[in-house]
Design a protein around this ligand. Structure first.
Ligand SMILES: Nc1nc2c(ncn2[C@@H]2O[C@H](COP(=O)(O)OP(=O)(O)O)[C@@H](O)[C@H]2O)c(=O)[nH]1
Ligand SMILES: [Mg+2]
Length: 367
């Protein structure tokens, strides 16, 4: 009988220690088996070296979309623009979809949930994407899981529930949280980690006893335009925020800029003086200075004051720039995919410099 790892979904094997699904011995009587990679991930907090590719994502999603399930599409509230992308949603049109925006715990507590739901609904409308419901939750803190479960129960209609979305939005964490909340299970069942691509295959977890239906976890789409994709995993810990973000506001005059460690910079080149409210991980240094001489400043301080990137990886990085006109009428955010965002309050022209192939967007302010 073929067995699969309960943590990542990989097919178990006893031959190749460096490959996915390796276990020294398969205990055929055990009801849950974890591969060596997941065992180390869950017990020693070791980061996975084997990660899913987008081919695995494609083939799993292709398979699941042929079936008739309820789809829970998960996005990361802190990286909404980078995780609610055409590559994902175009395949889910015509389906029953519940949108779940996860990681509410990262946004400032003053932000009203109703306001976020309204904003999400506008964003979905703009992409002509029809949703059955929108929920805002935190898998980590357990916020609003009861409301979500109620919606799933009503919308499911004797079907399995598929959890889909980009890598790292918290699909596996959400399933773990729901299982711990609504069953007698006390531990995480599925492996999770800050490294994109932790879930390698679909994982079926029986959940609805009344009709034998399941939760199905899936590998996420790895967004190649996310800053995490361009830097070494040693820096992930600094970039990914772990607790409520405390925005910091800087008053900028034309001719000033901010560095977001050495990963990006935003320069105010023309227009009115403006305030830049920065929403980034507390472990990244936001440094304000004048534009003049900033290139030399970066070269001098990268890997130390401005870290990440590390000194070793910096010479291998290429940067590119984007120019934006900020609105006369309303506050807008500049989003740097995977990193965070800056709300800018005045009409002005800015130049954003980021590591090449990182998406930068302008959007209506979320907060
Ligand atoms: N702050 C916060 N982090 C979360 C939340 N849910 C998941 N994470 C973190 O996001 C990362 C990716 O989670 P994971 O469940 O593996 O994502 P998946 O790739 O979509 O399955 C991990 O480091 C999680 O601890 C949440 O609600 N809040
Ligand atoms: Mg996962």
């Amino acid at each position: 009988m073929i067995r699969y790892c309960q943590g990542c979904g990989a097919k178990l094997q006893t031959e190749e220690p460096k490959q996915r699904g390796f276990v020294p011995k398969i205990d055929i009587k055990a009801d849950k088996i974890y591969c060596q990679r997941c065992f180390r991930l869950n017990n020693y907090n070791e980061m996975p070296k084997i990660v899913a590719t987008n081919q695995e994502y494609e083939s799993v999603v292709d398979d699941l979309l042929k079936k008739n399930g309820l789809i829970v599409l998960i996005v990361d509230l802190f990286d909404f623009t980078g995780t609610f992308i055409p590559k994902i949603i175009d395949r889910l049109r015509e389906k029953n979809v519940i949108l779940v925006a996860n990681k509410l715990d990262l946004l400032p507590r003053s932000v009203k949930v109703e306001h976020i739901v309204e904003w999400l609904s506008q964003m979905a409308n703009r992409m002509f994407f029809r949703l059955d419901a929108i929920h805002v939750v935190s898998s980590k803190k357990g916020y609003y899981l009861d409301d979500l479960m109620q919606t799933i129960d009503i919308a499911r209609r004797d079907r399995d529930v598929y959890f889909m979305g980009c890598a790292n939005v918290g699909k596996s964490s959400l399933i773990n949280a729901l299982i711990k909340r609504f069953t007698t299970e006390v531990k995480d069942v599925i492996s999770t980690s800050p490294i994109p691509g932790t879930t390698l295959n679909s994982i079926k977890i029986p959940f609805f006893t009344e009709d034998n239906k399941s939760f199905i976890d899936t590998p996420g789409l790895i967004n190649e335009h996310n800053v995490l994709n361009h830097i070494l995993p040693v820096s992930y810990d600094k970039i990914l925020p772990k607790k409520e973000i405390k925005p910091i506001t800087y008053q900028l005059e034309v001719g000033n800029m901010v560095f977001i460690s050495g990963l990006a910079s935003v320069a105010l080149v023309d227009g009115e003086n403006a305030s830049f409210t920065c929403y980034f991980s507390e472990n990244l240094l936001i440094h304000r200075r004048k534009i003049k001489g900033s290139e030399e400043f970066l070269e001098r301080h990268v890997g130390e004051l401005l870290i990440p990137p590390t000194k070793e990886e910096f010479p291998h990085l290429e940067y590119e720039t984007f120019e934006f006109e900020m609105s006369q009428k309303k506050k807008e955010d500049i989003v740097i995919s995977g990193l965070g965002f800056i709300a800018i309050n005045k009409p002005c022209r800015i130049i954003v410099k980021v590591i090449k192939n990182t998406d930068v967007f302008k959007r209506a302010a979320i907060i």
